[in-house]
Design a protein around this ligand. Structure first.
Ligand SMILES: [Zn+2]
Ligand SMILES: [Zn+2]
Length: 369
């Protein structure tokens, strides 16, 4: 390999440059991947549109020490081409999915199996160089080999957002046989529907978009509810639920109205999982939630040791493939105009946009075989 590679480097708000940078060295515990595919998500679009939010452009990151411009990309797959200190060389040559998490492994949160809440958490592509590049260094412990699973490296790059959905479901507790409502079936919502079905839930999926509802249906939603655009359409949802025992509401839209609607629709004793991140403080009637014994549950990222291997299984479990979720794979030169800009303007053409840093032009997603 040459010493330089092409990467999509974040230099600040609205300033991502596709430019040559040095190939990273795998550190202790790391593998070096030749990147196959990278998912672009709302977090990346947020950094581009109104960041830096997480990227340590001005001050060194407390865990990684990185400061300054940095390649982004945290949902990825690739083939191991080198290993760092302490990593078994038998990793070399293996195709893997990576969740891009680099927790410390030694703090209280890591000890109790909540590495997503690690005190010294670092994310690839957010706090140290990411995968929108020819090569990326990532912890071996964040990688799951995919040989023999019947999935392609393109599909393996969808395992990270699937793991977020697996984590969201786990935060809700047992959902087996329970009626649950998913408010908002965009990117995470679509993966969430599949993860909920796999956990045995009966899934009501609600969205303003007929097209997104169609995808939720393909992912296995039992019932689809089209709600009116604008501030919460609780009446339609309450009518759809009727007298049934709704136990969990997943608020995925992240809109202020979405959380209010979730609380209004959730009956007594229900759990409300706030998946979508509220951008500003909202006023909610906590007294009502108290008397109704409602639980409002936060959720953050994924636990690499638990949620990620399960997510890879779920990606492999879908017989129809992933063309409907991620139809196209873009070259890295298209990352701004083909992915970040349309996402931040809310007009992304697909549920998920993938990038192949080695591709010269757009191509369809590849399935295994
Ligand atoms: Zn993401
Ligand atoms: Zn930790």
């Amino acid at each position: 390999m040459s010493d330089l590679m092409t990467a999509a480097v974040y230099h600040g708000r609205g300033d991502i440059r596709v430019e040559p940078v040095p190939v990273p060295e795998p550190g202790p515990g790391d593998v070096l991947l030749r990147v196959a595919a990278v998912g672009v998500c709302g977090t990346d679009a947020g950094e581009w549109d109104h960041g830096p939010v997480q990227i340590p452009l001005e001050r060194p990151h407390p865990a990684t020490g990185h400061v300054g411009p940095m390649a982004i990309g945290h949902e990825f797959s690739g083939t191991v081409v080198a290993v760092g200190e302490g990593v078994d060389p038998s990793w070399i040559g293996r195709p893997v999915a990576s969740c891009g998490a680099a927790p410390c492994g030694a703090c209280g949160a890591c000890d109790r199996g909540e590495s997503n809440l690690c005190r010294r958490y670092a994310g690839i592509g957010l706090h140290r160089p990411g995968a929108l590049a020819g090569f990326v260094a990532t912890p071996a412990a964040s990688c799951v080999p995919i040989e023999g699973l019947g999935i392609s490296l393109d599909e393996a790059a969808l395992a990270q957002p699937m793991a977020i959905a697996v984590h969201n479901v786990r935060r809700a507790g047992d959902v087996d046989g329970q009626l649950v409502l998913v408010l908002g079936t965009g990117a995470i919502g679509a993966f969430l529907v599949l993860a909920l079905k796999a956990a045995g839930a009966i899934v009501l999926a609600a969205d303003v978009s007929e097209e997104r509802l169609g995808i939720a249906g393909e992912m296995g939603a039992d019932e689809l509810v089209r709600v009116a655009a604008g501030p919460g359409d609780a009446a339609t949802l309450l009518a759809a639920v009727g007298e049934r025992d709704l136990r969990v509401v997943f608020e995925v839209s992240g809109t202020a109205g979405g959380l209010a609607t979730a609380l209004e629709v959730a009956p007594t004793g229900a759990r409300i999982v706030a998946v979508g991140i509220q951008r500003r403080p909202v006023e909610i009637d906590l007294g009502r939630a108290t008397i109704r014994e409602q639980s409002i549950i936060g959720t953050n990222a994924l636990v690499r040791e638990i949620d990620f291997p399960r997510a890879v299984e779920l990606i492999a479990s879908r017989p129809g493939g992933w063309t409907r979720i991620a139809p196209e794979v873009l070259p890295i030169s298209d990352v701004v105009d083909g992915a970040l800009r349309p996402m931040s303007e809310g007009r992304a053409p697909a549920i998920k946009t993938l990038v192949d840093p080695w591709a010269a032009e757009r191509r369809p997603i590849r399935s295994a075989g």
